[in-house]
Design a protein around this ligand. Sequence first.
Ligand code: H2U
Ligand code: ZN
Length: 348
Amino acid sequence: MAATCATNGAMTAFSSADHPHRRRNLLNGRWVLVSPHRARRPWQGDRGVPGDASGPGHDPDCYLCPGNLRANGERNPAYAGAFAFANDFPALLVDTPAPAAADPLFPVAPARGEARVICYSPDHSQTMAEMPVPAIRALVDCWAAESAALGARWANVQLFENKGAMMGCSSPHPHGQIWASDFVPGEVVDEDREQAAWRAAHGQVLLDQVAAREADLGERVVAAGAHWLAIVPWWAVWPFETLLIARDPVGRIEELGEGARDGLADILRRLTGAYDALFATSFPYSMGWHQRPADSADPAAWRLHAHFNPPLLRSATVRKFMVGFEMFGESQRDLTPESAAARLREAL
Ligand code: H2U
Ligand code: ZN
């Protein structure tokens, strides 16, 4: 019996690099199961080979390239930097009838908003990892202008990018999306609640404390600058998930000063470059900004940040699936956040 216990690890001292444990996400309140011992299991699944990601700077058939016709027949201008336009197939509409009073068994609420698309640059083939830093800076300014304009009209402005076919991206032309809504979506509601609760309990801004401690410890840091810190968070769910935290006291992207905008362009280039280098592929991800919504429970508790959630696990084609326990229980990971951060640092 004693031998069984020892094999299970119950008799030895706890090591977060070896023993299963749960970590709590302080931003959304949910738990993740970490099972580092499982990283040693054999893998006979898909191995695959990466495709060739390079291509022409302009594609005459692309809906997003400058001067081309979009799917709805509108023509893109000969734009030079980042270019935003109203999504031709928006998920939210500005003006739409409200549903009738609710039956408690079939809860329903109105949903209005605007959806926009941002072409990162005129170059059809340059992903963020390949764009020159000044071009990324132009994208940062575009995000900020869009967020300010939409934030004046809508309760929440969600900036995001789905990159790569694996993440459901519909066009290889580097682009992101904006969904602005008259409601605050669930993820932002959770972060608003948790950040407010943290400041009420500790008297400090949660992400300021996280950034200061992580910068000090270093083991989960991927890249750092005067205005930004990129870490694999303690509670990361995706194998190479990162959290990019603003170190200035800002809650929205349009509040970033000149230095922080330059710094953001620089760290985005380094972080996405490390991702591409990790498995020698144009690294797929879904990235999204989280910023202070209207009617926040505690506006001062908010710190602007971006999440990068990439699906890849072992190679350019072997991805993590959120199935089984993850789907029916809670999120789980094998690779520790600490070793993921070390591998990303090596790829910088
Ligand atoms: P995704 O690749 O993340 O799906 O984003 C592309 C968006 O671009 C998608 O929402 C819009 C789609 O509706 N789009 C246009 O608005 N016009 C077009 O001509 C093509 C695609
Ligand atoms: Zn294009």
